[in-house]
Design a protein around this ligand. Structure first.
Ligand SMILES: Nc1ncnc2c1ncn2[C@@H]1O[C@H](COP(=O)(O)OP(=O)(O)OP(=O)(O)O)[C@@H](O)[C@H]1O
Length: 977
């Protein structure tokens, strides 16, 4: 080291605490270094200067002399001096000559720590190496990001999560039938995108009534810490700051956000990579009048955010228009014209037939069907040719490709996923029980007048302030609105539905029932009536209640044994939307909602995943009333109580007005029922032949789903996690005690390192299991997986901090003379930038291990890490430091040599990663290109994004460097006798 240049930066190998030194001057024999941090100057002989040059690489953070932090992107050398280029914390580009690095900068890197004697326990070094190895394996695993959540492994959900999270533009409509797990699918997608680093910030917008449920689900099932933002909390935050920047995942109520212009602007100004909107059917839009405030707010956000998940069980609640409006939010260029959209829906049957024909290949008829659907699509024809020449072994893969191309090109399934009970299977039956009760006089009078005199309806609407058809369907509201005399009798005193309900309770001791009413007022008064008449205190659940009150009511219902427990819960229509009540199987429809999708939402509270009992739907109805007419239409025309078919809204769109006119006219009703039934059956046949069939094929690929389940199980059962956990818990100072039933209790030990998720020193710990079943059955038990926050934190600290990156150990060996030195150097790849592209799927942190003996011989082939680690002993720190100091020069030489050896091994690693990446992205690009020629569902932006991604990934891989991550010095000693 003869050419020291003034301004270059070094640290003293022996005196690390002096900090970072600057060469002041040098001559052929000596070099003088100023350690400004310690205000000291040292002069060394050039030949033996115990100095290590400080060189940073891309991705490193440098502290500057003016208090900034610079993240290095690349380094340039000018006349022996290094110039660092990078970005400041504010994202500004900056150049920094090495002379301007802060004198006080601390060193955490392996080489500096070793040479400055900052050594650690051997087990920490072992943990570091093993953690890197596991990361390398897990980040490439096909189930990575999906194995941690506490959910049952349900095929269609895992398929959707895998498919969507792999897309560059994850913008889809999750439209499974009610209760099939859209929240879970959205959670899985979010979880994976967060873990892979593609998403760092997400905004989740849900109806006010569901905020708490989402908060709890994201925490309990996905271990995601979410900031629930409301007005009070926003005000508490610093008035200058944007409250939407206050958390990584922000959950907010749609009602709150949509109503406040300033908050909407703030949400739009924050940086997000993913937007999730639940119950998207409420967003209203039409070509004539544009969107309502909510729609426009979501449209603005969706235009700026890469990933968008819209959730709705009833995408057509307001007809094809609302469905189109949702798709338009996801891809406005593609869905720009409502008429074209309507027309496209007709061609789906032929494609569905072709998709099904694929399974029957090589039958001639099947081939003909596919050929016909393929038109002039040369790729499909070519695949069919290949199939004809292929061996039987190759058939499944070719069939998969054929199916995929057909669905991709012509299916709606690229943007929309809809699973139905019919295709998922395993759902309990629904049973309808109607109780026809006598219409009370008080209601009858009003109805008869309307029947006789049409104008009376208008008067009634004016007098009551109610809407049509509510004024007819909910006679208790009409009665109350007309009851001017406060002292008069309340409706619940004479309404026979109350008596019916009371006797139902008597006949079903120990059972629970969810009672639904269309209006909150009915729900409240019904509860009041029950209290007076039966002394029963029944919790009510409606949209005017606070979230806390609602949760309390739901809890009292869930646990009837509590002091405030109740066998009934009375809910208003939208008060209970999205809620989970599958622990109960009796549904009492105190009245019926005016829209079939609302009826489906009601039944969906109980008919959800997790419901194991047939569902009993009880409808007390008043003979001759409009409510009874509606029941007949739902039951006889729509078949709305047996199973969800998603066609209710379509029929309603055509016949809704006539229906409301026929509520008081039984002849008209009978005709309407026949007409509606005919429309329902015809549409069902068409949909079954076309769109629905295609959607069902697109929403789930059973083989893919099966592979995902297998992949997750593989990680679930990974025994290496148990071994790694034992080592990690020991190093981090966490104690573990076996409990009965395969559980373990983790709790903080006296020396536990700070900041371990879920554990605080001096406090209780938690029970944990590796078993998915056990964790699903018990809320109080956490499930340990490679994705559990504690495991991730330990993996992170064991590989990213300085923990265990420098160590010294003794090796007892009779065949090697005592006092000989070896170094075990672990290098790892560092791929900078492009985190959001998840380069780790092609190049996870990859280790290169180099084991050199004193003579510079490379032994890693002969001596394995595990074999060596087993034979090593610890040594006292002070003695280790002395040893290092004595052998400085040799260690530096060995480290330089190891670096050279490792460097030579980098090229094949990068080549393999680049090959993998190109293989994967090229074939996807090819697929998208062909697809975009046929299927306008593929937005041009997706193609551009993919090309850009390939370029960025290639650059990231090419820019990968090897960094010495950890080093262990091994000193031989004579075996102890
Ligand atoms: N994989 C799973 N493991 C365990 N529970 C699940 C799973 N999938 C769904 N569930 C449960 O089934 C119920 C319905 O799921 P979820 O709320 O996600 O359905 P949804 O489709 O969003 O319903 P809705 O249409 O009512 O909004 C919830 O209680 C959920 O926790």
């Amino acid at each position: 080291m003869s050419d020291f240049i003034p301004g270059q930066r070094f640290i003293s190998d022996g005196e690390a605490d002096l900090g970072l030194g600057t060469v002041l001057n040098s001559d052929p024999r000596s070099v003088t270094v100023l350690f400004a941090g310690g205000e000291q100057t040292r002069t060394y002989s050039v030949r033996q200067a115990p100095l290590t040059r400080v060189v940073f690489g891309s991705g490193d953070r440098i502290e500057t002399d003016d208090g900034e932090t610079l993240t290095v992107s690349h380094v340039e050398e000018q006349r022996g001096m290094l110039i660092y280029h990078g970005e400041t914390r504010q994202g500004e580009a900056r150049q920094l000559p090495e002379s301007r690095i802060s004198d006080r900068m601390q060193f955490h890197q392996a080489r500096d720590r070793l040479l400055t004697g900052q050594l650690e326990r051997n087990d920490a070094f072992n943990l570091r190496y093993r953690s890197l190895q596991h990361l390398q394996r897990i980040e490439r695993h096909p189930a990575f990001g999906l194995s941690g959540p506490r959910v049952d492994l349900i095929g269609h959900q895992l398929y959707i999560a895998d498919e969507v999270s792999h897309r560059r533009l994850p913008r889809v409509l999750l439209a499974d039938e009610v209760g099939l797990g859209k929240t879970i699918e959205a959670g899985l997608i979010l979880h994976r995108l967060l873990l892979t680093g593609r998403v760092r910030r997400a905004l989740v917008l849900v109806p006010e009534s569901l905020t708490h449920q989402w908060l709890v689900e994201l925490l309990r099932r996905f271990s995601l810490e979410v900031t629930l933002l409301d007005e009070a909390q926003s005000r508490e935050l610093d008035s200058d700051s944007n409250p939407f920047e206050s958390g990584q995942i922000v959950l907010a109520s749609q009602q709150w956000l949509f109503a406040d212009e300033q908050r909407r602007q703030q949400a739009g100004a924050a940086d997000w990579e993913l937007l999730i909107v639940d119950e998207a059917q409420h967003l209203q839009w039409s070509p004539e009048s544009g969107g309502d405030t909510g729609y426009e707010c979501v449209a603005e956000l969706a235009a700026a955010i890469t990933g968008v998940l819209l959730l709705t069980a009833t995408p057509e609640q307001s007809g094809a228009l609302s469905h189109f409006a949702q798709l338009r939010l996801l891809d406005p260029q593609r869905y720009h014209d409502l008429d074209t959209f309507r027309e496209e829906q007709h061609g789906h049957a032929a494609i569905a037939e072709a998709v099904e024909a694929v399974a029957r290949l090589p039958e001639r008829e099947a081939r003909a069907t596919i050929e016909q659907a393929a038109g002039d699509d040369s790729e499909l024809h070519e695949l069919l040719e290949r199939f004809a020449d292929a061996s039987q072994d190759e058939h499944p893969e070719l069939q998969r490709q054929l199916r995929r191309i057909l669905l991709d090109r012509y299916g709606v399934g690229r943007v929309m996923f809809r699973n139905s009970r019919q295709h998922v299977g395993g759902f309990p039956e629904r049973r309808l029980h109607v109780a026809t009760l006598e219409l009370p006089q008080a209601y009858r009078r009003t109805l008869r007048r309307v029947e006789r005199d049409e104008d009376h309806l208008d008067e009634l609407l004016l007098d009551t302030g109610l809407d049509h058809p509510d004024v007819l369907l909910y006679p208790e509201l009409t009665f109350e609105a007309l009851r001017h005399d406060e002292s008069g009798e309340a409706w619940w005193r004479f309404d026979p539905r109350l008596d019916w309900l009371r006797s139902w309770l008597k006949q079903h001791p120990g059972e629970k029932a969810l009672v639904l009413c269309h209006h909150a007022d009915t729900a409240l008064e019904l509860a009041a009536g029950l209290q007076v008449l039966s002394g029963l205190h029944v919790p009510v659940f409606h949209e005017q209640m606070s979230i806390i009150e609602r949760d309390r009511a739901a809890a009292a219902f869930a646990d009837a044994d509590r002091e405030d427990g109740s066998p009934l819960l009375i809910c208003s229509e939208i008060g209970s939307e999205g809620r989970n009540f599958q622990f109960c199987h009796h549904l009492i429809l105190f009245d019926l909602p005016p829209h079939p999708d609302q009826l489906e939402q009601r039944i969906g509270r109980l008919d959800r995943i997790g419901q194991h009992h047939p569902i009993d739907i009880h409808v007390p109805t008043l003979a001759g009333s409009p409510g009874e007419a509606l029941l007949m239409w739902y039951r006889d025309a729509l078949d709305a109580f047996t199973r969800p078919h998603g066609l209710g809204s379509h029929v309603f769109e055509q016949h809704g007005d006539t229906l409301f006119d026929a509520l008081l006219d039984r002849d008209a009703l009978t005709a309407l029922i026949a007409e509606s039934r005919e429309l329902l059956e015809r549409t069902a046949r068409e949909r079954e032949a076309g769109r629905d069939r295609l959607l069902a094929h697109g929403a789930n690929d059973e083989q893919h789903a099966e592979r995902m389940i297998e992949a997750v199980r593989e990680l679930d059962e990974d025994e290496r996690l148990d071994r790694w956990l034992d080592q990690a818990l020991e190093v981090f100072g966490i104690e573990s005690r076996e409990l009965d039933g395969g559980l373990r209790y983790l709790h903080p030990g006296p020396h536990m390192l700070e900041g371990m998720p879920g554990l605080i020193r001096g406090e209780e710990g938690f029970s944990a299991t590796r078993s998915r079943e056990q964790a699903l059955a018990r809320d109080d038990v956490q499930r340990l997986s490679w994705e559990h926050p504690l495991v991730r934190e330990m993996l992170f600290r064991a590989t990213e901090g300085s923990l265990g990156n420098a160590a010294l150990a003794l090796l007892e060996h009779s065949a090697i003379p005592a006092g000989r030195i070896m170094i075990e150097a672990i290098f790892r790849t560092r791929t900078s930038e492009a985190h959001h592209l998840h380069p780790a799927r092609f190049l996870p942190p990859t280790t290169v291990r180099v084991l050199l003996d004193e003579s510079g011989q490379e032994l890693s082939d002969k001596v394995s890490f595990g074999g060596l680690a087993k034979s090593l002993r610890n040594i006292k720190k002070a003695a280790a430091r002395d040893l290092i100091r004595e052998r400085h020069e040799l260690l530096r030489q060995l480290l330089d040599q190891a670096e050279g050896i490792a460097g030579a091994r980098l090229t094949p690693i990068l080549e393999a990663a680049e090959g993998d990446m190109r293989h994967s992205l090229d074939s996807e690009l090819e697929r998208l290109r062909t697809l975009s020629r046929r299927n306008p569902d593929v937005p041009a932006a997706e193609l551009d994004a993919l090309v850009a991604e390939r370029g960025n990934l290639a650059a990231a891989i090419a820019g990968t460097r090897l960094q010495l991550d950890a080093v262990r010095v091994i000193v031989t000693v004579e075996p102890r006798r």
